[in-house]
Each structure stands twice: as C-alpha cells, then as structure tokens.
Design a protein around this ligand. Structure first.
Ligand code: URA
Ligand code: URA
Length: 210
C-alpha cells in the first residue's frame, strides 16, 4: 500500500545535526509553553532500522533521550531477541518530541492530533536524513502521524511500502507491559511474530542492497 509520507515537508536541513540543533532551540511548538524538554533520538543515525514511538515520558524528559524508561527497556529486549543491537543497528525516535504533561497532576497524557500534526514535518525530515529501510511504528500515535490511520490491533503486522521503505505498525511496549500474557494471540505473542517478520524483511532488503 502506498501512502504520502513526503507530501508536506516545509523544513529542509543538510544534516541530522543541523536539524537537531534547530529543534533544540525551537520555541514555537505547541508543547514548548509546557516547559518540557526536547527529546529527539537515541541509537545510530546510520542504522537502517528506525523505531518511531509516541512521545517522551517522564524518564525520557529527565534524561533527554527516547525510550529510556520501562517501555524502552522492553523495546531493547524485543530488539535483542532478534539479535539487533539497540545502539548500533537501530535509530529510535518519536512522533512527538516533548512530553505532553497530563492534566490533574498526572505526569503525562496522549498527544493530541494537533500536536502530532505539528511535529510531523520534523519526523519526516528525520526520516529523510536518516534514510531507514525498515521502520517499526509503535502504537497509535506513530501510525496516526505517518499513516494517517489508527487502529493498531488491525494495522499491526502489515507492511506499508513507499519509496523503497517498509513500515510496519506494532504494539507499543507500554501496551505490552499492561498485557503481559504470552498465550497464543496475545499482544506479546503477536509482537514476537511481528519482530521476527521485521528482522526477515530487514535481512532481505539489506542483502538486496549488497
Ligand atoms: N514511550 C514512547 O512512545 N516514547 C518514548 O520515548 C518513551 C515511551
Ligand atoms: N493502543 C495503543 O495506543 N497502542 C497499542 O499498542 C495498543 C493499544
């Protein structure tokens, strides 16, 4: 299936470092007034596999890197289970780059569609500069941003192809933490299938490139 990943891209940067430098100084984004930190990526900018998450949580906000809390630990374990090194083989980022603070004293809430739309051109620019071959979109916020669709239970495990890139929606690790059963058909069992399929596609595509 095709989708218009490149339809709107008002920002152009020569390098990822230039883009990151710009984003670190950004003050016109919708979450800037909330006072939370800009959190952009971890892992290897030369990696051919990209993970797109939702938004930083409290640990990520504190440390300035994505997926460094409990969800991140599980994400690393999932990658390591198919012999991918999270620091060397993978580039990890999010659809929204600041923690959206929750109302009523809660630490965080889901990003709004307006927030997702605002940060999307920055995510597209990151994708252009890093140039991954395979992408895993974890949960509904990442699929809303890049595929314009939600419904992770239906979308997960499918490949979306465009411009030689392959993107697969998968369950968010936070959802797996809330649903720890490993019985057949459980979110964890399905994710195990998905990550093996992703590893296969990654190997196929990289071997074609030679
Ligand atoms: N959840 C996400 O989606 N991203 C993070 O960076 C941390 C938790
Ligand atoms: N809802 C989400 O947002 N993500 C999941 O992975 C599952 C349900």
């Amino acid at each position: 299936m095709q989708f218009g990943l490149f339809e709107e891209r008002p920002h152009y940067y020569a390098t990822l470092d230039d883009l990151v430098a710009h984003m670190m100084k950004m003050e016109d984004d919708p979450l800037f007034p909330k006072g939370t930190n800009m959190v952009i990526y971890r892992g290897n900018p030369a990696a051919k596999l990209m993970i797109v998450g939702e938004a930083p949580g409290t640990e990520e906000d504190r440390l300035g890197k994505p997926f460094v809390g409990r969800s991140g630990q599980l994400l690393d374990q999932i990658l390591q289970a198919v012999h991918l090194d999270p620091e060397k083989d993978v580039f990890i980022t999010n659809a929204v780059f600041r923690l959206p603070p929750g109302d009523d004293g809660k630490p965080l809430r889901k990003p709004t569609s307006e927030e997702i739309a605002f940060y999307k051109p920055y995510l597209l620019e990151i994708i252009r500069l890093v140039d991954p071959v395979v992408m895993l979109l974890t949960g509904n916020v990442a699929t809303e941003s890049l595929l314009g669709q939600v419904g992770i239970t239906k979308l997960r495990g499918q490949w979306f192809e465009w411009n030689g890139r392959y993107a697969m929606p998968i369950f968010h690790p936070a959802y797996l933490l809330r649903n720890p059963a490993r019985t057949p058909g459980s979110p964890k069992a399905l994710t195990w299938r998905d990550i093996q399929e992703a590893r296969k596609k990654y190997d196929e595509l990289l071997s074609k490139r030679g």
